[in-house]
Design a protein around this ligand. Sequence first.
Ligand SMILES: [Zn+2]
Ligand SMILES: [Zn+2]
Length: 358
Amino acid sequence: MRKTLKSGQTYLHNVYDRETLLNKLKNEGEHRLTLSMYRYQTIEDPQSLRDELFLFWQSLGVLGRIYLAKEGINAQFSIAESKFSEFREHLEGFFPGIPIKKAVEDDDQSFLKLIIKVRGKILADGQEDDSYDVTNVGRHLTAREFNEAMSDSSCVVVDVRNRYESEIGHFKGAVLPDVDSFREELPVIESLLEGKQSNKILLYCTGGIRCEKTSAWLRHKGFQDVNQLHGGIIDYVHQVKEQGLENKFIGKNFVFDGRLGERVSNDIIANCHVCGKPADTHTNCEWQACHVLFIRCNDCAERLEGCCSEECQRHTHLPMDEQIRLRKASPQNPPGFFKSRRRIAFMAERTGVEPSNC
Ligand SMILES: [Zn+2]
Ligand SMILES: [Zn+2]
């Protein structure tokens, strides 16, 4: 949809509600690829690139969440398989040779809308812009090389993701920083690695983008042997399958689309936040005013009808006008993912069950 603002500026955005979008997708009748890509590359005018990409990608039916900044692009998206080569060709004009990663499992409903946002950075790191050189990165390792490096007992494997991601899946023996967002990550990792400046450091994240910044940061801080898993967990899983390598990743890979997780190994390493039984399915509480992101087992999901607690369940059964009144009166909940520390306090208060400790 193209809309002209009073200033004469053209503004491009989505106008359909969730149900309409879901129906549109269901009727599409074509297999979609779930993809991701990023690149650190100087973009002079991210806003005009944003509008150009939006127009063309919308005509191709691309759906997803894309961030553009002067430092580059970071995108998670889906596209009908038949449109992919046209997409790739157009993309090459802006980001020559950019690697595009395919999700471990496809899901036609991973994304419902196309959202392209211009931001200060493609990955907010909580640091001042010029405090380190983002391009001075560590050595990129393939899955095979990563496995080999891990077998050396003096190496330190570091999960560069958030706690709610590593809680359901990680590499065996990895250091798991207890952080809610990448903004907190760098100083926490630095203190966890205190005294390990000469050890071999092995970093990994979902698709590689967070490792780029983390490895540059660690090198800047005097770490001598910084390595990172090229293409992240997503690519690791593909390589393990294709080359018949040993899989050293246990549990699920958390993903930031409608699925919230892709199974990598059959191990269930987390626990239901309600009853404590083994479980690794993330969902948001059905009660809209709560919307907490939590892990629940199937029994609890059924018993509480998708809610995190009996209290929230009770609210979903109230008459609609009462629900609306309560929603308006409830304190502001954090948008999107409920941050782990607040979630832990929240769940402990409601259930008395300590969160899983893997
Ligand atoms: Zn349970
Ligand atoms: Zn709830």
